[in-house]
Design a protein around this ligand. Structure first.
Ligand code: HAM
Length: 418
C-alpha cells in the first residue's frame, strides 16, 4: 500500500464542512475590508523566496521543498504567500494602477518542518497583503481583519501580541548592541542561537529554549532604539487598536521568522494550541516590493494557519447543513419515476439523493438516516399512478401527502423557510 507523506494530510469529507465554513468566513471578512482575491502559483523560482524571506532564516535554510526543473532551474514549493504576491505585483506592474491595492489568498503552503499537532508540511493559509500606504491605519485594518475574523469563528482565548521592529536604520543601530550583549552570554545559549549571533541575531530573542530565554531576559530592547518616526508610527498603531477595542499585548521578543519585516510585527496566539500557538501572524514590509524590482511601495499583511483554526473551531460555530431530501422509490414504475424526481428536485435547486441498492422501505429509511436527510419521499407504483406521494419528516416522523408534480416547489418552500 502506498501511503500519504508524513505531515501531508487528507481532509476527509466529514471535515470539509468545517474547512469550507472557515474559508467562506475568511472570504466574507476579506470582502468587508475591501480585499480581492489573487491566485498565485504553488511553485516559483527558488531565488524569489531566498531573496525575500532571507537566506539565513529557518524557512530558507532548512524548510523549503526545492528541486531542479528539467532545465536545471531551481524551483521551490511556496513556503508562504507574501513573496509570490509581491512578485506578481511587480511583474504585472500593479504599482502603475491606483493605490492602495488589497489582495487576499487562500491555499496550500509547504515547509519541511517536524510534523506535530498544528505543524504540517503541507498546510493552508488565508493571507492578506495591503500595498501602497504606510499609514498606521492600514496596519490597524489588517490586524482588525484578522482579529474580527477569528472572533467571528468564536476561537477561544486569543491574544494579539505586537512589537515594532523599527526601520532598517533603527535595526542597524540596535544590532551591534544586541550582538555584543549576546556574545557576553554565548555559553548560556543553545548551539542554534550561538550560530545565529553571526547570521540572524534578532532571532535569538525568539528562541523557545528555556535557558536561551533566561539568558536573554535582560537583553537590550529594539523598542528603545526606535527613531521618532518609527516610534510615532507604533504609537498610532497601538492607539488605533485601542480605539477599536482590540486588546493587544506588547511583546518585545516578537521578531518573526522572516526577514522582510519592518515597523509593525504581530502574532495572534491562543493558549488552546499548545507549542504551536500562533493562529496567524504578519507585519509591515515596506522594502520588499523594491527589493524584488518594483518601485518603493510600503505594504502590510498577515497570514493565518487554517489547520490551527480548524483544530480550535468550536462545533457550535458551524452552521447547520442544508436540508437534503431522500427519494425512496420502489417497483417497476416507481423506480424510473424516482430517477426523474431526483432530477427534477436537483434542477429546482434542492439537494436530493437515493441509494439504488435499497429495495425495501426499511433499507431506504436506514439510508436516509445515515445520510442525515431531513425528508424522505415514498414513491412506489401506486404513487406514480395516483400522482400523489407521502413526504416524511425524518426528525418528527410526521407524514404529509403531496402531489408528485408539486414536490420541487414544496421542498424549496420548506427548505427556504428552515
Ligand atoms: P508565518 O508566521 O510564517 O508568516 O505563518 C503564518 C501562519 O501560518 C502561522 O501563524 C501559522 O498559523 C501558520 N503556519 C506556519 N507554518 C505552519 C506549519 N508548518 N503548519 C501549520 N501551520 C503553519 C507568513 O507566512 C507570512 N507570509 C505572513 C505575512 C503575510 N506577513 C505579511 N504578509
Amino acid at each position: 500500500m502506498i501511503k500519504g507523506i508524513k505531515g501531508v494530510k487528507d481532509i476527509l469529507p466529514e471535515d470539509t464542512p468545517r474547512w469550507r465554513f472557515i474559508e467562506e468566513t475568511a472570504r466574507r471578512w476579506a470582502d468587508r475590508y475591501g480585499f480581492t482575491e489573487i491566485r498565485i502559483p504553488i511553485f516559483e523560482v527558488t531565488a524569489l523566496f531566498a531573496r525575500s524571506i532571507g537566506a539565513t532564516t529557518d524557512i530558507v535554510e532548512k524548510e523549503m521543498y526545492t528541486f531542479p526543473d528539467r532545465d536545471g532551474t531551481s524551483l521551490t514549493l511556496r513556503p508562504e504567500g507574501t513573496a509570490g504576491t509581491v512578485r506578481a505585483f511587480v511583474e504585472h506592474n500593479r504599482a502603475a494602477h491606483p493605490l492602495p491595492q488589497k489582495y487576499f489568498y487562500i491555499g496550500p503552503m509547504f515547509r519541511h518542518e517536524r510534523p506535530q499537532a498544528g505543524r504540517l508540511r503541507q498546510f493552508h493559509q488565508f493571507g492578506v497583503e495591503y500595498f501602497g500606504t504606510q499609514d498606521a491605519r492600514a496596519d490597524v485594518d489588517v490586524m482588525a481583519l484578522l482579529w474580527r475574523f477569528l472572533s467571528d469563528l468564536a476561537l477561544p482565548d486569543l491574544t494579539l501580541e505586537i512589537n515594532s521592529l523599527g526601520s532598517s536604520g533603527d535595526r542597524a543601530a540596535y544590532l551591534p548592541v544586541l550582538v555584543s550583549f549576546l556574545k557576553g552570554r554565548q555559553e548560556k545559549l543553545c548551539d542554534n542561537c550561538r550560530r545565529r549571533i553571526e547570521t540572524n541575531p534578532l532571532r535569538v530573542l525568539d528562541c523557545k529554549v528555556p535557558t536561551c530565554r533566561a539568558a536573554t531576559d535582560d537583553a537590550p530592547q529594539l523598542t528603545a532604539y526606535l527613531s521618532p518616526d518609527a516610534k510615532g508610527h507604533f504609537d498610532q498603531v497601538l492607539s488605533g487598536l485601542a480605539a477599536l477595542g482590540i486588546p493587544s499585548q506588547l511583546n518585545p521578543r516578537l521578531v518573526r521568522g522572516l526577514d522582510y519585516y519592518c515597523l509593525t510585527a504581530f502574532e495572534i496566539t491562543s493558549s488552546h494550541l499548545g507549542a504551536q500557538n500562533a493562529v496567524g501572524a504578519g507585519g509591515r514590509y515596506d522594502g520588499l516590493v523594491e527589493l524584488l524590482g518594483g518601485p518603493p511601495t510600503p505594504a502590510v499583511g498577515f497570514a493565518a494557519g487554517l489547520e490551527r483554526i480548524a483544530m480550535m473551531l468550536p462545533e457550535q460555530s458551524l452552521p447547520a447543513s442544508t436540508p437534503s431530501v431522500y427519494v425512496a422509490s420502489f417497483g417497476s414504475e416507481g423506480g424510473p419515476a424516482g430517477v426523474q424526481l431526483l432530477d427534477a428536485l436537483r434542477r429546482a435547486g434542492v439537494s436530493a439523493q437515493s441509494d439504488y441498492r435499497a429495495n425495501t422501505l426499511k433499507a431506504h429509511l436506514r439510508q436516509a438516516d445515515r445520510a442525515h436527510c431531513r425528508f424522505a419521499v415514498f414513491l412506489g407504483d401506486d404513487e406514480v399512478r395516483s400522482g400523489s406521494t407521502v413526504v416524511r419528516n425524518m426528525d418528527t416522523k410526521a407524514q404529509e401527502t403531496v402531489s408528485l408534480p408539486d414536490l420541487p416547489r414544496y421542498f424549496l418552500t420548506v427548505i427556504q423557510g428552515s
